[in-house]
Design a protein around this ligand. Structure first.
Ligand SMILES: [Zn+2]
Length: 155
């Protein structure tokens, strides 16, 4: 695994342990070249998913993008980070089991909303209010970019 700080490819695993109730393996890594430390997660990927945007453009599904949008909606909510990871894994597992590897961006938005509605009302409302504006555009990228962290003034 290449060091994200200096680009050295010879990094070391210092610690490996199960995460998310054994759905993932979390590895702490160390770069001997620059002393940098970082964490990687190993997860089962059942299928390679492709997101179909409203424009018809195809894009590889990016778990990180999904994760960012959900973490923003969940900001400062009293939900354990571990629970959020499990939720994201659950959503990905659902997407993987849809039967088709090509998934409209709209379907992803709907599954996220459905999941949030069950877990946290505030996060759901945050996500849904953006989703409402986004429906016309029907583009998951736009959706994610419109989800901004709450401004400090709201605290
Ligand atoms: Zn390094």
């Amino acid at each position: 695994m290449r060091c994200p700080f200096c680009g050295n490819v010879d990094t070391q695993v210092k610690d490996s342990r199960p995460a998310e109730d054994h759905v993932a393996i979390r590895r702490r890594r160390f770069c001997p070249a620059c002393g940098g430390r970082f964490t990687t997660y190993e997860r089962v990927q059942l299928r390679d998913l492709v997101v179909i945007k409203s424009s018809g453009k195809r894009e590889d599904f990016d778990r990180g993008k999904l994760e960012r949008s959900i973490r923003i909606a969940m900001q400062k909510r009293p939900i354990e980070p571990e629970r959020i990871d499990q939720m994201i894994s659950g959503i990905v597992r659902r997407l993987e089991s849809l039967g088709d590897t090509d998934i409209p961006s709209k379907t992803i938005g709907e599954i996220v909303m459905e999941t949030l509605a069950r877990i946290d009302t505030v996060a759901y409302v945050r996500f849904a209010s953006v989703y409402k504006n986004f429906q016309a555009a029907d583009d998951f990228d736009k959706f994610v970019s419109e989800l901004r962290p709450a401004s400090p003034a709201e605290e």
